[in-house]
Write a protein that binds this ligand. Sequence first.
Ligand code: LLP
Length: 420
Amino acid sequence: MRNLPDTAKTNKQTHLEIGGCDMVSLAKEFGTPLYVLDEATIRNRCQNYLKAFKKYHENTEVIYACKALCATGVLKVVTAEGLGLDVASGGEIYTALRAKCNAKKLYFHGNNKSNAELKMALEAGVGRLVVDTYQELENIDEVAGKIKKTASVIVRINPGIEAHTHEYIKTGTTASKFGVPQNEIEAVVKAAKDKKNINLAGLHAHIGSQILDVKPFVDEVKLLLKLSKKYNTNEVCIGGGFGVPYLTSDELPAIEDLARAITGVLKNDREIKLVLEPGRSIISTAGVTLYSIGVIKDIPGIRKYIFVDGGMADNPRPILYQARYDAKLANKPDKAAAEKVTVAGRFCESGDVLIKDIKLPKVAVGDILAVMCTGAYNYSMASNYNRVGRPAMILVNKGSATLIVKRETYDDLIRNDVIL
Ligand code: LLP
């Protein structure tokens, strides 16, 4: 199935297996909720992007937007595949450096980076700073001047392009908080060229996230190319936002089709360096979250709830964006659907529903539910609501399971409390 990791199958025990590991055994060994990531799927997605785009436009760089899932174990895998990183905070830079990623391959984003973060980035030798406003350009020049560095920047423009996605994850429209508005681009580009401690390398835009069409990307590249010619710059960074199949019914373009359409605009102009920043589409389908089913509450004629031991704190996307997910019972993945249920979490909030109305085989207490496509923006947006520790994360590959993030303990939860 398209919304499962590439290595997913049903094994001899008739359990869900991913990366050669039995998901029921994994749940027993490491406890639930449990984030599971399939290393092969992550590597495949990285290679899919590199191969598809480089085939048509050799001068392409792919950087992983690590806000989708930032953990040292994951950054090691994606950078080993040859990707750079889009980082959006001092914390993400710190994580990347601790994972020994090459600082030169980092692109530092943000609409309100602090001077301390800018200094940290410049001292670490981050490859590019992505300028979001005129004010920031001045900050960068000042910070770089003080520490005697030259900042290599690309200017993020607001492309004014409407992409059909959830309101909260649109970024390219004129009213967005991101990017330099069209009527200020000229002034910012000119200033970037003039500032003593700044080198202008190119232009950037990002039109939103979970976009399922090709056309808005093509429009975006056309605009960026036109501006690059006008301002005589060579780097065209188109951001990320490529959609993933949360549900098997979600239709989306293949990476190959995206590559052909996007690079088509560049017409073999080798001078142009194309940069892509996929986050979700690198990591999302590699992930499943395992939960144990506890209480089952049937409200006759209305709804049958199955309660899991996690929910909105480990996956806030349904409550934030009405995101829809699909799931399987890991201990009987191929059993025919027998009932319609609603999967709800354990948190004190009525809206803590992970999946409304999903058809599953007859569910029993103790079953293991695998929610699919949870690699992106689950762990990275997780909270400790109700003082519940965040789950552990396991990287599975060829039959071995490696713990890459420990489960938070009660002690972790009070670590920063000053106990009076
Ligand atoms: N580049 C820039 C400048 C971005 O702002 C983003 C995402 C990306 C790349 C990566 O986009 P992706 O390929 O992952 O769609 N929390 C939301 C998504 C927020 C995306 C923010 N920026 C969600 O859970 O849907």
